[in-house]
Design a protein around this ligand. Structure first.
Ligand SMILES: [Zn+2]
Length: 346
């Protein structure tokens, strides 16, 4: 199996200035750019200097939007698709690049989830979440100066998505041991090491934007690489993601993806600690608290009943992905106890 991982990764102040060099290095003659209205305005001066054959404004994260761009481009000789923006823009850009068989260059303006470098695009179609496999980015240009100015909530969301790798890889290990699923230690190490590092740092010193944004971005980009190596989201998505998807399906609460999986990570780390003596849910909770991420259901507009319903609904999601949910067959009482003990609900 051939694994494609990014050839160029820049995580630094003013990294955006590297974009024209990167386009040159990958031999792009006819790149197009996808962005949103705000970013376009913000960076008008810089963007104008770049050799784009077309600039498209992404209004909605949808497959339709991606198709629209593809039709507009007309399968011409576009050889690179540069996405500059948040998750919405990057998801559409990934699909467009894949459709056009062009290189994808990811220029995230937030650090809110691991989609910034992953070969997966996530959309909501008719209110239901779906994911599409796409080609991985050939380059990731993360401008820390730009990203630092994004809302704090998006940064702690990225933290939640990164540390969810801790329970995700345990689920994978469980699947290997109990069902014989193939397993990749390199992908596991790449996904989980930055997550553990981030938790430890947060516990010791909170989240210091100036120093820690780089570590967070590096971790999120490595999650994307781990997904590319594994050939699926396995190393970055386990039971805690099923819980988050369940909330999305049910339409409960107001949490971001990262906030939801952060709560899910506390819950399933709790069960790993109780059932397998492998985990420290208190540490996960402390670290989320230290970065200002929610650790209580009510903080993202969820009632106890809604969380319980989502946890039992989570068992129905992606049954083929074996997780602790399948291994333990947890009851409503088990969930209630976990929520009480972890103080996710009072
Ligand atoms: Zn995620």
């Amino acid at each position: 199996m051939e694994v494609k991982i990014p050839s160029y990764v820049y995580i630094q102040k003013n990294a955006i200035n590297k974009l024209s060099k990167v386009l040159e290095r990958i031999g792009s003659q006819n790149p197009v750019m996808l962005t949103d209205g705000i970013v376009r305005e913000l960076m008008a001066e810089k963007i104008e200097k770049l050799p784009f054959g077309g600039i498209f404004i992404v209004e909605k994260a949808s497959i339709l939007q991606a198709r629209d761009v593809v039709l507009n481009v007309g399968y011409g000789d576009v050889d690179a698709v540069v996405g500059i923006g948040g998750g919405k823009v990057l998801d559409v850009a990934k699909v467009v690049a894949t459709e056009l068989n062009a290189e994808f260059v990811s220029v995230p303006t937030t650090a809110s989830h691991d989609g910034i470098a992953s070969p997966v695009a996530s959309f909501k179609e008719n209110g239901k979440p779906i994911s599409i496999s796409t080609k991985p980015p050939i380059a990731v240009i993360a401008d820390t100066e730009l990203i630092k100015s994004c809302p704090k909530r998006l940064i702690h969301s990225g933290f939640g998505d990164l540390i969810s790798n801790i329970t995700a890889v345990k689920d994978w290990r469980l699947a290997r041991d109990l069902t014989g699923e193939s397993y990749n230690e390199v992908a596991v190490a790449i996904a989980s090491m930055p997550a553990h590092l981030m938790v430890k740092k947060a516990k010791e010193q909170g989240f210091r934007l100036e120093d820690d944004i780089e570590t967070l971005l590096r971790g999120l980009i490595m999650s994307g690489v781990a997904i590319a190596i594994a050939g699926s989201s396995r190393p970055a998505s386990g039971a805690e993601h099923k819980f988050s998807h369940a909330l999305d399906y049910l339409g409960y609460g107001s949490g971001t993806h990262g906030e939801q999986v952060g709560l899910g990570t506390i819950i399933f780390e709790y069960f790993y600690e109780k059932a397998y003596n492998d985990g420290d849910w208190g540490l996960i909770r402390e670290s989320l608290k230290a970065v200002g991420a929610p650790t209580k259901a009510e903080e993202i507009g969820l009632s106890k009943e809604q969380v319980l319903e989502a946890l039992s609904y989570a068992k129905k999601i992606r049954r083929k992905r074996f997780t602790i949910l399948e291994a333990l067959d947890l009851s409503k009482e088990d969930f209630e106890k976990a929520l009480r003990e972890t103080e996710i609900v009072d």
